[in-house]
Design a protein around this ligand. Structure first.
Ligand SMILES: [Zn+2]
Length: 273
């Protein structure tokens, strides 16, 4: 069965799927190669305040409920432990993987909007809408979704891939960057590619998109074509960038990411001809 999102706070089922979000990942315990989430009783025993619980929707006859881990400095007691989203791909099907991403993004929003940014009063949740409201000045705060472009730049049959300065040499991936105020996504793309690699691009085409809850991005994927410039990297952003041929690739990102889908689509295109 598929996950059905909901903004209603009322429970529809007797059973709950608890997604407790610690800064290092979602809290669960491994049972063989299965990830098991805590029960109602275990959630209470873990010290999670059920008043903090936020209902995301329904999945397989359960209400999916998320709550932030109460104290980031407190360890998660065994047998439970936090599991980062990237490591969860092996344990969860695509549906539940997406739901865990929603939980992480939701808890980031809940923990950063407890108080009104305009007047400082404690906010209250709104039933029927993904929103909190300030009872004092009526400011409404919706989850922040930060749009970022991600692009595979082509030069003939070659693709421009870069290694991130934060993870130098781990793998080479497509270029990405956040939209700035007042920019179209096309303008973001041209600016980011120029800033990070010194290369000028054109013929920007939409590819697809993917929520990326680290902590609140939406990655919007494009392809683009080189029109000029030699590679000159910005070392604060990336450690290396090169033009790669499809038959001589470095380590690339794992499946499930839109970066990998962009790379796979390019490989399929150049090897077809
Ligand atoms: Zn206010």
């Amino acid at each position: 069965m598929a996950f059905v999102p909901s903004t209603s706070t009322g429970y529809e089922h007797d059973r709950r799927t608890w997604l407790v979000v610690h800064p290092k990942g979602v809290v669960g315990r491994l049972d063989g190669d299965r990830l098991v989430f805590p029960t109602d009783e275990e959630v209470s025993a873990l010290g999670v305040a059920t008043t903090e619980a936020y209902r995301l929707g329904t999945l397989d006859g359960t209400d999916v409920v998320t709550a932030p881990w109460p104290d980031p400095s407190r360890r998660v007691p065994a047998p439970f432990e936090p599991h980062g989203l990237r490591s969860l791909a092996a344990f969860l099907d695509g549906d539940l993987f997406g739901v865990v991403g929603r939980a992480m993004h939701t808890c980031d929003w809940l923990t950063t909007s407890r108080f009104c940014g305009r007047c400082g009063a404690a906010t209250a949740r709104v039933d029927g809408e993904r929103c909190v409201v300030c009872p004092s000045c009526a400011l409404r705060v919706y989850p922040r979704i930060s749009p970022a472009i991600i692009t595979l730049v082509r030069k003939g049959d070659l693709a421009l891939l870069a290694s991130n300065a934060k993870f130098p040499g781990v793998f080479y991936s497509t270029l990405a960057g956040f939209a700035d105020i007042g920019e179209s996504l096309e303008e973001t793309l041209v600016r980011e590619v120029k800033e990070e690699t010194g290369v000028s691009v054109a013929n920007v085409r939409y590819f697809g998109s993917q929520p990326w809850p680290f902590p609140n991005s939406l990655m919007i994927g494009f392809t683009a074509e080189w029109v000029g410039g030699e590679i000159a990297i910005d070392p604060t952003e990336i450690s290396d960038a090169k033009w790669f041929a499809a038959d001589a690739l470095p380590m690339i990102p794992p499946p499930l990411s839109i970066a990998r889908k962009l790379i796979d689509a390019w490989i399929a295109d150049v090897t077809r001809r």
